[in-house]
Ligand binder design. Structure first.
Ligand code: ZN
Length: 292
C-alpha cells in the first residue's frame, strides 16, 4: 500500500497539521476515542497492526480540512445543477470500483474559517435519491467536524481501492473558490438551522428528559472521547439513541430486537442518520431502576 507517492502525500498532510488515522477493513479507525485523539506520525500509521486503510479527520482544528462526499450518479448531477464542477482541480478521493462515489477535499483558508462564525463545525446532507429495492440511497454530504473522518487510501469494504485521479492528488489540494464557497456557506447556515438541531435544542431544555450517560445501547458518554450529542430518556422511559460515527446503535437492528435489556420500538430517519427508539424490555429491571 505504501508507495513513495503515498508516503510523500501523507507526510505533506501531516506537515500541514492534518490528523491521520489507521483504519481497519470496515473504514473503522483503529484508535480509541479517535475524535479527540492526537494523530499518529506517518511511520506509526504505516506500521499500525491490522491497518487496511488510512483515515483523515476533518474540521476546523484539523488543518481546516473539508470534504464533499458524492454518493451516486444523482448526487453528481445535483452538484452540477448547483453550478459546481463534480471534478474540480483539487484533491479527489475516488474508488476503482465505483465511478459515482467520490470525495472532494478542500482545505479552507483562515478567512473562510472565520467566515463560518462561532459554530464553524457542521455536517450537511442533501438527499438526491431515496433507497429502493435494496439499493442504497444517494446524497451529497458535507463534512466539517472532528467527529467525521474519511478514508483517503487503502481498501474499501466492497473490495475495491481508493485512488486519487491524475492531477487530483494531495498536491492539488486547495481552498474552495468563490463559487464553491457560496454553496458551502449555504449548506453551513442550513445545517445550523435544521429542524433536527432545533428539535434537539428544544428537547434538552425540557426538564422531563434525562441524559443517558452512558447510553446503554451505544455507550455514548461525556468526558474525554465523549460526545456533545446526547442519547436520552424521555418522561415515559423511552430511550432515544442518537445517530453518530463513534457512538452508534448496532447495525441492522429491527423493531423488536433486544439490546442490553432494551427492546427496539422504532427507527426514525433524520438528516443525521437513524434515531433508534427503545423501550425497557424487562419490567422487573424497570422497577429496580425506578427504586434505585
Ligand atoms: Zn445511544
Amino acid at each position: 500500500m505504501a508507495s513513495e507517492i503515498l508516503i510523500h502525500s501523507l507526510e505533506r498532510l501531516a506537515h500541514q497539521g492534518c490528523c491521520l488515522l489507521p483504519c481497519g477493513s470496515n473504514k473503522n479507525p483503529l484508535i480509541k476515542s479517535w475524535p479527540s485523539a492526537s494523530g499518529l506520525s506517518v511511520q506509526e500509521i504505516l506500521q499500525f497492526p491490522g491497518i487496511q486503510a488510512i483515515g483523515l479527520r476533518l474540521g476546523p482544528s484539523d488543518a481546516r480540512m473539508f470534504c464533499i462526499d458524492l454518493d451516486g450518479q444523482s448526487a453528481i448531477e445535483k452538484l452540477q445543477k448547483h453550478g459546481l464542477n463534480p471534478d474540480p482541480d483539487t484533491w479527489i478521493i475516488a474508488r476503482t470500483g465505483n465511478p459515482h462515489r467520490k470525495k472532494i477535499a478542500y482545505r479552507l483558508s483562515s478567512s473562510q474559517l472565520s467566515d463560518l462564525g462561532a459554530n464553524p463545525s457542521f455536517q450537511g446532507k442533501i438527499h438526491t435519491k431515496g433507497a429502493a429495492d435494496g439499493a442504497k440511497g444517494e446524497a451529497i454530504e458535507l463534512f466539517f467536524s472532528r467527529n467525521r473522518q474519511i478514508v483517503i487510501a487503502g481498501r474499501h469494504p466492497d473490495g475495491d481501492k481508493y485512488v486519487w485521479p491524475d492531477g487530483r492528488g494531495v498536491d492539488a489540494l486547495r481552498a474552495p473558490d468563490d463559487f464553491e464557497w457560496q454553496f458551502i456557506k449555504e449548506c453551513h447556515s442550513r445545517a445550523l438551522q435544521s429542524p433536527q438541531r432545533q428539535h434537539r435544542a428544544d428537547h434538552s431544555q425540557r426538564s422531563n428528559t434525562r441524559r443517558a450517560n452512558p447510553c446503554p445501547i451505544c455507550g455514548r458518554h461525556d468526558g474525554p472521547g465523549g460526545s456533545s450529542l446526547w442519547c436520552e430518556y424521555n418522561q415515559s422511559g423511552l430511550l432515544f439513541c442518537m445517530p453518530g460515527t463513534t457512538f452508534t446503535a448496532p447495525a441492522g437492528l429491527r423493531v423488536g430486537d433486544v439490546v442490553s435489556g432494551w427492546a427496539l420500538k422504532k427507527i426514525t430517519q433524520t438528516p443525521d442518520g437513524p434515531v433508534h427508539v427503545f423501550g425497557e424490555h424487562d419490567p422487573e429491571k424497570l422497577k429496580r431502576q425506578n427504586h434505585a
